[in-house]
Design a protein around this ligand. Structure first.
Ligand SMILES: NC(=O)c1ccc[n+]([C@@H]2O[C@H](COP(=O)([O-])OP(=O)(O)OC[C@H]3O[C@@H](n4cnc5c(N)ncnc54)[C@H](O)[C@@H]3O)[C@@H](O)[C@H]2O)c1
Length: 370
């Protein structure tokens, strides 16, 4: 017998642009005409039932009128549809419509659409390109940028997926004008998370301009979108595959993701995250990394953003504690948390180590107190 060595070293350039602006549909088509996505002539616009009439129909129309083969695939809006079943539906519809490897997906919508469509693109025909056209503050702040794609499972959110970078991301702030206020609040949660972990000045800016975000003021929302990308990308460019530093983007998510699932998606992602941020600042205070004032500041800004800061009564605390163990930071069966240090920083626990092992008894104490 012999051993055959397969040499497959790769040098990959996954760089891409994020364009922040207003009404970017025509810009998207101009970019495609100018060669974004290579010479591809076939486009599948993936969207949800709410975004279809608002923004996706227009993009489809522009693609067709510019001479491309294009189709729209729509699935029902809502986190409960970010599933393998919906992924299968999108894939089978693409196959039935005759799409093969020579096509590109354009995801038009919030984080549910960009997560799901990016995952489809990663596995369809072993990988096709995709473009994100983000239409929620939450997708702009987090979901559509960074290259994490996934679907949920009955056990927990985002457990099955891929790191897959888009060709380009469009953040169309004009689309936030049709977002219900509850969705603006949800997006503000990821924005506040960024400020808590990385930038005190940004924290104060959000606090001072909260109403302007709800009013979708051009200048304030432009600044918010810019800061979110800048904070997230400083992290992602150093640690794309979450081997250390990228874990800091998980601030608030250990408890947040668990509550989101236990609530059976009654709570929006950002609402669950807000409760998670509150739990984790309490934990940081207990361990001496935050003060009473830091906790009050986090609570006040979340309340100002019309976000919940307490665990709702209908959440079974024991179920929630158990659910914490589905978190991807769990190592050797132990819970691990990212902890903020004051406002605008996180605690480093050693070389490229940003999550700390926390005994269940301590996590229990925090959860039972909320
Ligand atoms: N990949 C990542 O790194 C990452 C990061 C954070 C969150 N996420 C994921 O993002 C998802 C949450 O994102 P989301 O809050 O955007 O959810 P979403 O896509 O469900 O959008 C929220 C709601 O707003 C509607 N909508 C979207 N754009 C609209 C617009 N412009 N006007 C009116 N209605 C509009 C949608 O139809 C939906 O009902 C979760 O699945 C979460 O896990 C992913």
């Amino acid at each position: 017998m012999s051993i055959f060595n397969v040499e497959l070293k790769k040098v990959i350039d996954d760089s891409y642009e994020i364009e922040i602006g207003y009404e970017l549909q025509k810009k998207l088509i101009a970019d495609i005409n100018a060669g974004l996505g290579g010479n591809i002539k076939k486009y599948v616009v993936v969207t949800d039932s709410n975004v279809k009439p608002l923004y996706a129909d227009k993009i489809l129309e522009l693609l067709i009128s510019n001479g491309y083969k294009a189709d729209l695939i729509v699935f029902p809006a809502g986190e409960e549809n970010k599933t393998r079943k919906t992924k299968e539906y999108v894939e089978d519809t693409m196959l039935e419509l005759g799409y093969r490897r020579d096509c590109c997906i354009i995801a038009v919508g919030g984080g549910v659409v960009t997560d799901l469509a990016g995952f489809v693109a990663g596995t369809f025909g072993r990988g096709i390109p995709f473009i994100n056209y983000a239409t929620t503050l939450l997708a702009a702040a987090d979901a559509s940028v960074g290259g994490k794609t996934a679907v949920d499972t009955p056990l927990a959110t985002n457990l099955i997926g891929l790191f897959n970078q888009p060709e380009k991301v469009y953040i169309d702030i004009a689309t936030w004008k049709t977002l219900p206020a509850r969705q603006i609040s949800s997006g503000l949660a990821e924005t506040i998370k960024h400020a808590c972990m990385a930038d005190r000045k940004f924290f104060d800016y959000i606090n001072d301009n909260m109403q302007a975000v709800f009013d979708v003021d051009d200048e304030v929302c432009g600044h918010i979108a810019q800061e979110n990308c800048s904070i997230k990308y400083k992290v992602v460019m150093k640690d794309e595959l979450e081997s250390g530093l990228r874990e800091i983007l998980n601030l608030g998510h250990t408890v947040g993701r668990a509550i989101e699932t236990v609530s059976e998606y009654i709570l929006l992602h950002g609402e669950a995250l807000a409760i998670g941020l509150m739990a984790e600042v309490k934990l940081a205070k207990k361990l001496g990394y935050c003060t009473d004032l830091d906790e009050t500041l986090v609570q006040d800004i979340l309340e100002k953003a019309k976000l919940p800061t307490k665990i709702p009564d209908y959440i079974d605390r024991e179920k929630l504690l158990k659910k914490l163990y589905t978190d991807k930071k769990v190592k050797n069966g132990a819970l691990r948390f990212v902890l903020q240090k004051g406002i605008g920083d996180v605690v480093s626990f050693g070389d490229n180590l940003y999550a700390k092992e926390i005994p269940e008894s301590v996590a229990r104490e925090i959860i039972m107190s909320m």
